[in-house]
Design a protein around this ligand. Structure first.
Ligand code: XMP
Length: 513
C-alpha cells in the first residue's frame, strides 16, 4: 500500500475501534492488529506510527498481554494509551502498581505544553478535562522519560521520551469526554509520526479496487445482495474492481418495502455487472400460508433464502470468491486471527456453508457504518441506498402481525411509504435512526363518511439509538404524527386507526416480531 499506515496494537481495551476511527478522521490510514501479531509481521507492514490500546489487565501479572521490548528500538513513534501507557512504563523499567485511589471518569488534568503532543494539540489549555479509567498507576517512570501531565490523584497522567519518539497517556484521548483528545491524537500523528493526513475515502476505494483486482485475477465472484447499505457498497466496490466477473444475486422475497426491489435493481443498472434479481415472492408466500408465529416466519424465510440462493449459484457454476459485506463493528473478536473464520458463514442472511468457493473477500471489514456510507457515496451509489436505515432480513414479514396475505402486504407497504415520506418531509429522517409501520392484527370500529368501518389498526414506530441494543422512542412532534395518521387513514384502504409506539427497548424490542 502506498499510503502511510498507523497500527493500533490491540491489548483488549473497549475503545480500540474508536482509536482506529479517530486516526482515520485525521486523514491517516490505520489497521488494528492483535498484540499477538509477531513483531516481524508488524515490521513488514512499515507503519509510520503505532498506538498501544488500553486493556483490562494489570501489566505486572505474568499472564497479562505484553509485547517484545524490541518494538521500542525500531525507531517507530509509539503512543501508549491507558494499559498501553502502563505497559510501556513496565517494559522499559518503570514501576506500575495498584493505585490507592482509582480514577474513573472525567478528571481535571494538567498538561505540560512543551510536550509535542500537547503543545501541538490545537487550543488545548494547560488545564482541561480528560477521561480516566484505571486502578493501576505508574509509580515510577522509566529512565529517560519525563512526566508531561498529571491530575490531583495521578502523578503520571502522561509521560514522554521525545528522543525515542515514545509517548504515553494514562487517560483516553479517543473518547469524546476527553477535551481536545482528537487534537492530541492528531498532534501525535502529524507532529511525531510525520503523517501527511492525506488519506481519503477515495484513496481507500482506489487501494481496495487494486487489491481486489490482483486477488481475483480471472476468477468468478459471487455476492448476495440484500439491498442493505453494506452489501450494496461491497457490490459497488467489486463492480468497479472486476466488472462482469462479479455476479450479484438479489433475492427479492416479496417482503421489501414499496418500490424497494426496483430501487435496488435500478441502483446497479449501468454498473456492468451480472445482476440477478430473483423474484421469489410466490415461493416465499406459498410457505407462509397459515403461519403466524414470529419465529416460524423467520425460520422459513431464512431457509427459503438459502434455497433460492443455492439454486441461482448452481447456475453460475464454479465460483472462486464469495464477497461479504462484513463491517468493523461486526467483528467481535478484533484481530484474534479467528475473526475472519467466525464471519465466514454469517452476516449475509445465513448463507449456506457449502457454496463451493475458494475464498471470502470482505472489503469493508475495516470500516464503521458511516465510513461505509461515505465510501458508497464516493463510488457513486445513489443516496437512496447509501442512506438506508437498517431493515431486517425477513422484511415486512415480521411487521405484519399474524398471518401474511397479499392484501396485508400491500396495505403495509402503502402505509409505511406515507410514514417515511412525511418523516423525510419534516426533516426528521436523519435524526430518527429507524422508523417504520407495523400492521397489527387488530381490527376496531370507526366511522368514515356516514358509515361504520371495522378495519385494521396500524402502529407507527420510530426509535433513536446508537447501537440498536437499547433504544428510546423518537419524540416525533404531534403535528407530524397527525399528518401521518390523517394521510394513512384517508389514502390507505382498510386502516381506520393509527397508534404510535412509545415503548423503549428494553423492555420492548424495536421490531414487533
Ligand atoms: P430488535 O427488534 O431485536 O432489532 O430490537 C434490533 C435491530 O435489528 C434489526 N433486525 C434484524 N436485522 N435481520 C437483520 O438483518 C433480522 O432478522 C433482524 N431482526 C431485527 C432491527 O430492524 C433493528 O434494527
Amino acid at each position: 500500500m502506498s499510503h502511510q499506515l498507523v497500527i493500533v496494537l490491540d491489548f483488549g481495551g473497549q475503545y480500540n475501534q474508536l482509536i482506529a476511527r479517530r486516526v482515520r478522521e485525521c486523514g491517516v490510514y490505520c489497521e488494528v492488529k492483535s498484540y499477538k501479531t509477531p513483531i516481524e509481521e508488524l515490521k513488514k507492514m512499515s507503519p509510520v506510527g503505532i498506538i498501544f490500546t488500553g486493556g483490562p489487565n494489570s501489566v505486572y501479572k505474568d499472564d497479562s498481554p505484553a509485547y517484545p521490548k524490541e518494538i521500542f528500538e525500531l525507531g517507530i513513534p509509539i503512543l501508549g494509551i491507558c494499559y498501553g501507557c502502563q505497559l510501556m512504563a513496565h517494559l522499559l523499567g518503570g514501576k506500575v502498581t495498584s493505585a490507592v485511589t482509582s480514577e474513573y471518569g472525567k478528571t481535571e488534568t494538567y498538561y505540560d505544553k512543551s510536550c509535542e503532543i500537547f503543545g501541538g494539540a490545537k487550543n488545548l489549555p494547560q488545564k482541561a478535562i480528560s477521561w480516566m479509567s484505571h486502578t493501576d498507576y505508574i509509580e515510577k517512570i522509566p529512565d529517560g522519560f519525563k512526566v508531561t501531565a498529571h491530575t490531583d490523584c495521578c502523578p503520571t497522567a502522561a509521560m514522554a521520551c521525545p528522543e525515542r519518539k515514545l509517548y504515553a497517556v494514562q487517560f483516553h484521548p479517543e473518547v469524546n469526554h476527553t477535551e481536545y483528545g482528537s487534537e492530541m491524537i492528531d498532534s501525535f500523528l502529524k507532529n511525531v509520526c510525520g503523517c501527511t493526513g492525506d488519506w481519503t475515502m477515495g484513496k481507500y476505494a482506489e487501494t481496495a479496487i487494486k487489491n481486489i483486482r490482483e486477488k481475483v485475477g480471472d476468477g468468478k465472484v459471487l455476492l448476495a445482495l440484500s439491498g442493505g447499505v453494506d452489501s450494496s457498497v461491497a457490490a459497488a466496490l467489486l463492480a468497479k474492481a472486476v466488472g462482469d466477473k462479479l455476479t450479484c444475486i438479489f433475492v427479492d422475497h416479496g417482503f421489501m418495502r414499496k418500490n424497494e426491489g426496483d430501487e435496488v435493481e435500478q441502483a446497479f443498472e449501468g454498473w456492468g455487472l451480472n445482476f440477478v434479481r430473483v423474484n421469489a415472492k410466490e415461493q416465499f408466500m406459498s410457505r407462509m400460508r397459515g403461519v403466524s408465529d414470529p419465529e416460524t416466519k423467520r425460520k422459513i424465510i431464512g431457509e427459503e433464502f438459502i434455497r433460492v440462493f443455492e439454486q441461482e449459484a448452481k447456475k453460475i457454476g464454479k465460483v472462486d470468491f464469495l464477497v461479504q459485506g462484513t463491517i468493523y463493528p461486526d467483528i467481535i473478536e478484533s484481530g484474534t486471527g479467528d475473526a475472519a473464520v467466525i464471519k465466514s458463514h454469517h452476516n449475509v442472511g445465513g448463507l449456506p456453508d457449502h457454496v463451493d468457493f475458494k475464498e471470502i473477500i470482505e472489503p469493508l471489514r475495516m470500516l464503521f457504518k458511516d465510513e461505509v456510507r461515505a465510501l458508497g457515496r464516493e463510488l457513486g451509489l445513489s443516496e437512496v441506498l447509501v442512506d438506508r436505515q437498517p431493515f431486517p432480513g425477513p422484511g415486512l414479514a415480521i411487521r405484519i402481525i399474524g398471518e401474511i396475505t397479499d392484501e396485508k402486504l400491500e396495505i403495509l407497504q402503502d402505509a409505511d411509504y406515507i410514514f417515511r415520506e412525511e418523516i423525510a418531509k419534516a426533516g426528521l429522517d436523519k435524526n430518527i435512526h429507524q422508523y417504520f409501520a407495523v400492521l397489527t392484527n387488530m381490527r376496531s370500529v370507526g366511522v368514515m363518511g356516514d358509515g361504520r368501518t371495522y378495519d385494521y389498526t396500524l402502529a407507527l414506530r420510530g426509535v433513536v439509538t446508537t447501537d440498536f441494543m437499547t433504544a428510546d422512542f423518537a419524540k416525533i412532534p404531534y403535528e407530524v404524527l397527525e399528518i401521518c395518521a390523517s394521510r394513512i387513514v384517508n389514502e390507505v384502504k382498510s386502516i381506520n386507526r393509527v397508534v404510535y409506539d412509545i415503548t423503549t427497548k428494553p423492555p420492548a424490542t424495536i421490531e414487533w416480531e
